[in-house]
Design a protein. Structure first.
Ligand code: ATP
Ligand code: MG
Length: 357
């Protein structure tokens, strides 16, 4: 048996159903077979709107420091956004991405076998720049107000995100070569942009991504480009055509919500926020106040996010175990939560997945 290694994981349930699904994430880590040689220790951390209401801070400094100093990775549940503008409140996950330099948001979207319109793709979204630098201003002119926003694209961030897309394409190919079934035969990265209109910003993204993916280490990876509007069209017509999609921040945001719609429920779609040597797994859904406290939240997005976090911490074997247990549950379709048309409670779904580990 491999020497045992302990990973320390920060648990940040946040608000709403985050508090119901993050415990499921902990359970699956604790249930991984000991033959993997992995152990876990956990630290509970606060963030979110409820934390803001009691402490005045949505992201307490202690949470950031503990993640930086003690943790190897983390799981983040969800935060509810205030229904009216609330002075002093800003999203803690956006702040965490900045503070921990988590420059990539990675979102796999996948159907299980037997689906008539199969999807198996990953969107790799740049997470630090583009219009999200939030440098906006409003000018009064003789014709009325004019508002402007800066779209910033750097060579460095574009290079990093495209290289990550290359790594992910290679990793997915390794998994296929080890026998996993897939609709894809060869690795492919699709660079998405709008450089026909934005020749400087998206032009720089495009040319830098091309150069990054031309590195010798990615020579087995196919590279293509798609203008973002036609990308949306093709993504919905022919999702099976895509393996890894790399995009600047805003297009990546839009494409990833659109892609999530291809698989039926938000409760299935995971994500990871990734930086150098650190990853936070985060289900794509929000705090779902309409089902909070009923014990029926679908835990699959969180369980898959645990797998993603492990992948980026270098624990691919453990991740593969989780993915196949989850796929087993979905393929059999006997214990599904209500959003999937079933009647199972959160805990029943979790227990079914744990049995399959
Ligand atoms: P927030 O402001 O926190 O994003 P929201 O009202 O937008 O909250 P979401 O969490 O984004 O709610 O969810 C949108 C819809 O999808 C809701 O009807 C919710 O119940 C459903 N949903 C989201 N996640 C899950 C899940 N894990 N299991 C079951 N249903 C879910
Ligand atoms: Mg929402």
């Amino acid at each position: 048996m491999a020497a045992s290694k302990t990973l320390r994981i920060g648990l940040i349930p946040g608000d709403g159903i985050g508090r119901e699904v993050i415990p499921a994430g902990r359970r699956i880590l604790e249930a991984l077979p000991s033959s993997l040689g992995l152990k876990f220790s956990f630290v509970n951390l606060d963030a979110g709107f409820d934390t803001f209401k009691t402490t005045g801070k949505a992201l307490p400094e202690k949470t950031v420091e503990t993640l930086q100093k003690e943790c190897d990775g983390a799981l983040f549940g969800a935060v509810s956004s205030p229904s009216t503008p609330t002075p002093g409140y800003s999203s803690p996950i956006v702040a965490l991405r900045k503070r921990l330099a988590l420059y990539a948001n990675v979102r796999p979207v996948k159907t299980v076998k037997k689906n008539p319109s199969p999807v198996d793709l990953v969107i790799v979204r740049e997470n630090t720049e583009d219009l999200y630098v939030k440098e906006e201003k409003t000018i009064e002119t003789s014709d009325g107000k004019v508002a402007e926003a800066i779209k910033r694209i750097s060579e460095k961030a574009s290079w990093n995100i495209a290289s990550m897309a290359g790594e992910i394409a290679l990793r997915r190919q390794r998994v296929r070569e080890s026998g996993a079934e897939s609709i894809h035969k060869a690795p492919l990265v699709t660079i998405t942009h709008k450089s026909n209109v934005l020749s400087q910003t998206d032009g720089l993204f495009r040319s830098t991504a091309r150069s990054a993916l031309a590195q010798q280490k990615y020579k087995s990876v196919g590279v293509e480009e798609q203008i973002v509007d036609s990308m949306v069209y093709k993504l919905f017509r022919q999702p099976a055509a895509y393996d890894v999609i790399v995009a600047p921040n805003l297009y990546g945001d839009i494409l990833s919500d659109g892609a999530a719609a291809l698989v039926g429920s938000l409760g299935l779609v995971p994500s990871a926020n990734v930086g150098e040597g650190f990853a936070i797994g985060e289900p794509c859904h929000g705090s779902a106040p309409d089902i909070e406290g009923k014990g029926i939240a679908n835990p699959i997005a969180t369980l898959r996010s645990v797998g993603l976090m492990l992948e980026f911490l270098g624990e691919e074997q453990a991740a593969a175990k989780i993915y196949s247990a989850v796929d087993g549950n979905l393929e059999e379709g006997r214990l599904l939560s209500p959003d999937m048309g079933g009647q199972a409670k959160t805990d029943e779904v979790v227990e079914d997945v744990l049995r399959r580990l």
